[in-house]
Design a protein around this ligand. Sequence first.
Ligand code: MLT
Ligand code: ZN
Length: 470
Amino acid sequence: VNTSDALARIAAIVGPAGVIAPRDAQPLLRDQRELFRGEAALVVRPASTAECAEVLAVCHAAGLGVVPQGGNTGYCGGATPFDAGRQVLLSLTRMHRIREIDPLGFTMTVEAGVVLAAAQRAAEEAGLLFPLSMGSEGSCQIGGNLSTNAGGLAVLRYGTARDLVLGIEVVLPSGGVLSELKGLRKDNAGYDLRALFLGAEGTLGVITAAVLKLLPRPQVYETAWLAVAGPQAACELVARARRETGDQVSSAEYVSRRSLDLVLERLPEARDPLDVAHEHYLLLEIAATGDPSLVRSRFETVLQAAFEAGEVRDAAIADSGTQRAALWLLRERIPEAERRDGGSIKHDIAVRIGRIPELIERAEAELAPLGAHRLSFYGHIGDGNLHFNLLPPVGVALEAFRERTGGALTRRVYDLTAELGGSFSAEHGVGILKRDELEHYKSPEALRLMRAVKAALDPRGIMNPGKVVG
Ligand code: MLT
Ligand code: ZN
C-alpha cells in the first residue's frame, strides 16, 4: 500500500467529521509545555473503537506511524507526532461516552476520550467517587491518564491510574481489538495483559475504553495548611496522620517557602494563611465518613499531638469550602506561578518517603556550586514524589539557563535520585523528553525486556514511534 492511498483510506474510514484540517490541527501538534513542534501526515478523530481498529489496520499494512493523543496535557512530548510524511495523529477526543455505571459492582465503563473531570462528575451523580485527581483534570482524558499511569493529588490514599482500573479495551497495532471489559474483581485466567498497556504511553496499542473502579464518596473533608519543622517532620506527620486516622489521609502535599513565594508573587488572588513566614509547609487533607464534628475533633487531636512532638509549628484549618479551595490554590497553582515567572526546568523524581529529607538536603547543597539558579520544590511527599524544579536567576531567560547550566544541574538531580534508589520519572512519564534518561538509568535487563515486549506487540514499530523505548 503506498502512503497517499493509505492516507486517503484512513480519511474515508473516519469520514469528514473525523479529519482535522491542518489549520485546526496546530494546537494538537504542539505539546502543552511548548517544548516541541510536531508534524503529521494526517490528523484524525475516529468516532468508535471499530473506526480506530480500521485505521490501525491500514497504518499497519502501510507501515505508517500512529501517535495516540488524549487531552494533550502531557509533559514529555509523548503525544506529539514528528513526521509530516509518515505519522498519523490519532486523537481520541470524539470517543467520550460513559458506557455504563455499575453501582453494585462499584465500576464505571468509559471511553478513552472522556475528560477526567467528566468521569469524576459521572461517578458523583451516581453517589460514588472516582478518586483520580490532578491539576489538569478539566482537560486531560482517561485514555491519556491510563496510558501514562497518571498520579496526581490523591495517590497516597487511592493509588495511581493503574490501581484504579479493572480492565481495558485496546486496539492493537495490527487492527485487532483486545477487549478486557468484564469488570471482574477476580480473574486469574492467564497473564495480566492490561498491565502492559497501562503506562506504555501508546507505544504498544491504543487504549479505547476502560472499566474504572469507583469508591464510596467521603462525606467530610478536613484540610489544613501546616507550617512544619522540616521535611523530616513532614514525613513523620504523614505517617502519624495515617496511623491515627485509620488511613483516612487523602492528600499530603509538601510546599517549600520558595514555591509559596512564587505563588504569592504571581497570583494576585493568593494569600498566605499564616501570619509568619516558614520554610516548609504540608497541605494535609483527610477524607472521611461519619459525624463531621467527630471527624474534626479526631483531626485536631492528630495535629495537637504533632504540635507537641515539634513537627508542626503553626496551622490554618479550613472552615468552609471556600477556605479549603484557598488552601489548595497555594499548592495546585505552583506550576502556573512558575510559568508566569518565565518557566522552570522540571524534575519529577521519587524516592522512598523516608529518603525525602536527605534528597532535599543533598540536592540543595550539591546543586549550589553547579551554577546560579532559583529553587522551587513541592509535591506529593506522601508518595515520596517531589517536583524539584529549577528557575533561572532573576533576569536570565529560561532558554539561556537551560543551555548554559541546565544539563549539569539536571544530571546532578537525577544522579542523586538514583544514588538514593529513586526514579527520574515518578508520574510524568518518559515520552520523547526523557528517553535518554530511561536508557541511562534503567538496568540493561529492564531495557532488554521492554524492547522484547515492544517487538512482540508491535513488530512493525508503528505505535508512537521514537517514544519511551521505540
Ligand atoms: C503537579 O503536581 O502540580 C504537577 O505534577 C507538576 C507540574 O504541573 O509541574
Ligand atoms: Zn505532580
